[in-house]
Design a protein around this ligand. Structure first.
Ligand code: ADP
Length: 466
């Protein structure tokens, strides 16, 4: 069974309160009781001194029958609660209220005790004194009726007030925890009302400087990130649909125009099919790119890593673009034979990364230019590979955005020459999957240079792989 936090807080609060109040009540009662006994005992001692003094002065002069009478006439001695016996135990004087009680017969050791006598409770002091050469056992008592009544009343008041105080404490605890949890309830209500259509809404952050403020601010931070993620996904979907719509429209138009052309001959059909084939290929590539980005986003892609020689990998990619580069009048410069530079990577993905960078170099470098690759190790021992071209370059205001999905620098460029703006985004994801950093340096008309730097721990020492 789930008990609401408010009830649990109240229960804990009340339990703690009950323990404290019980300790306080017992402590107070014990202290008052001890104080009452101290007062009573003090009064008994004073009376003892008075009786002692009286006996000292009159015991020899008056003799016991007279002395008993004089004692009985002194109310300050409380004669009803006074007993005097000689050393042999013979009672010389005994008040009516103490007669027959057991207290005070202690063989001479002075002692206080509380006894029950009939329906009375007595506090009794028993002392042995030697007066004028004679030994007497003196017993003085005090009726505890009034102090007992005071203590009983105190106990009763406490017993009755504990439930009342506890009730008040429960109510206060319930109210305080309700007040403390109010902002949490508000956050829950606000969070519940935010769905995918209202992702821009935020929870009000109370300026309390406590955990509640932190919770609201953290929840808002989380909503910021979710909103950002959803906006990216929506943008990605919109851009992808837009990119796919164009080739589909071209394919459809090519087919329709050709079919409507009554005088179409074999050449016309061939041209149309060529266009359709070209657009289909473009679409397939686009779909492949979208798929690989979606896979990277899902985080499900687990790459098999192995020791890969950066130089062999990039040289193989260069060899693949060489024929196309030649037809475009571009030189591809591969570094002369150098020793291998091993990294821990996925060979297929690395090859793809180089092809994207080399392909961009091809697309953006006019005839007569060159594309060069360079590999090496940074001063702090990180392996890197660089693709440098002498092409049109990238204006500085675009540099920070070219790795974004669907971002293209020159949107007016003829369609056959431009891609969908996904190449560098995929290159970025591949680099990220390898914990590598990809960065660019470029100036308009002075070419561009893309460098991929691997972390040091990805550098594989030759001995490990040979
Ligand atoms: P695309 O597939 O359209 O080439 P990319 O993501 O690969 O898209 O590149 C994004 C943009 O960056 C391109 O529109 C292009 O203008 C610019 N770009 C990329 N590489 C180079 C380069 N080597 N030289 C000049 N511009 C480049």
């Amino acid at each position: 069974m789930r008990i609401p936090i408010r009830i649990r807080l109240t229960a804990v609060y009340c339990s703690a309160f009950l323990v404290v109040i019980a300790i306080l009540a017992v402590g107070t009662y014990a202290s008052v009781r001890a104080a009452v006994h101290t007062i009573v005992d003090h009064e008994l001692n004073s009376r003892l001194d008075g009786v002692d003094d009286h006996l000292t002065r009159h015991v020899q002069r008056l003799g016991w029958p007279e002395l008993s009478k004089s004692l009985a006439l002194h109310p300050a001695f409380h004669p009803g609660l006074l007993r005097i016996a000689d050393a042999g135990g013979a009672v010389l004087f005994e008040g009516t209220s103490i007669r027959g009680s057991s207290g005070g017969r202690n063989g001479g050791t002075p002692a206080f005790e509380t006894i029950s006598h009939g329906d009375q409770r007595l506090r009794v002091l028993g002392v042995r004194r030697t007066i004028q050469g004679q030994t007497y056992d003196l017993t003085l008592g005090t009726d505890l009726l009034i102090p007992g009544a005071i203590l009983d009343r105190l106990w009763l008041v406490m017993l009755l007030s504990i439930p009342a105080v506890l009730l008040a404490a429960s109510w206060a605890g319930y109210w305080i925890s309700g007040r403390a949890l109010e902002p949490v309830s508000a956050i829950i209500a606000a969070a519940r009302s935010i769905d995918s259509t209202k992702l821009n809404e935020r929870i009000a952050v109370p300026n309390t400087g406590d955990e509640i403020q932190q919770l609201a601010a953290t929840t808002n931070g989380m909503l910021d990130r979710i909103e950002d993620g959803v906006r990216h996904i929506r943008q990605f979907t919109a851009d992808a649909s837009h990119e796919l719509r164009t080739p589909v429209a071209i394919i459809r138009a090519a087919a329709e125009v050709t079919l409507l052309n009554r005088s179409a001959n074999e050449r016309t059909y061939r041209d149309a099919l060529q266009r359709i084939l070209h657009e289909s290929e473009q679409s397939s590539k686009l779909l492949e790119d979208l798929l690989s980005l979606a896979r990277a986003d899902s985080g499900a892609e687990r790459l098999e890593h192995e020791a890969v020689d950066l130089r062999t990998s990039v040289t193989a990619a260069c060899a693949r673009i060489m024929p196309l580069a030649r037809t475009r009048g571009l030189a591809v410069k591969i570094p002369p034979h150098q020793s291998a530079l091993w990294v821990d990577a996925n060979e297929g993905q690395l090859r793809r990364l180089w092809l994207i960078l080399l392909d961009n170099g091809l697309k953006n470098t006019p005839a007569g230019g060159s594309i060069q690759v360079a590999t090496g190790t940074t001063q702090d021992g990180r392996p890197f590979c660089e693709v440098i071209d002498t092409g049109v370059g990238i204006p500085s205001e675009h540099l920070s955005r070219i790795f974004q999905r669907f971002y293209r620098v020159d949107k007016a460029r003829v369609r056959s020459e431009r891609g969908a703006g996904l190449g560098l985004a995929i290159a970025f994801e591949i680099a990220t999957l390898h914990d590598a950093v990809i960065d660019v340096q470029s100036e308009p008309d002075r070419g561009a240079s893309f460098r991929v730097t691997f972390p040091r721990r990805h550098a594989v020492v030759m001995a490990h792989v040979s």
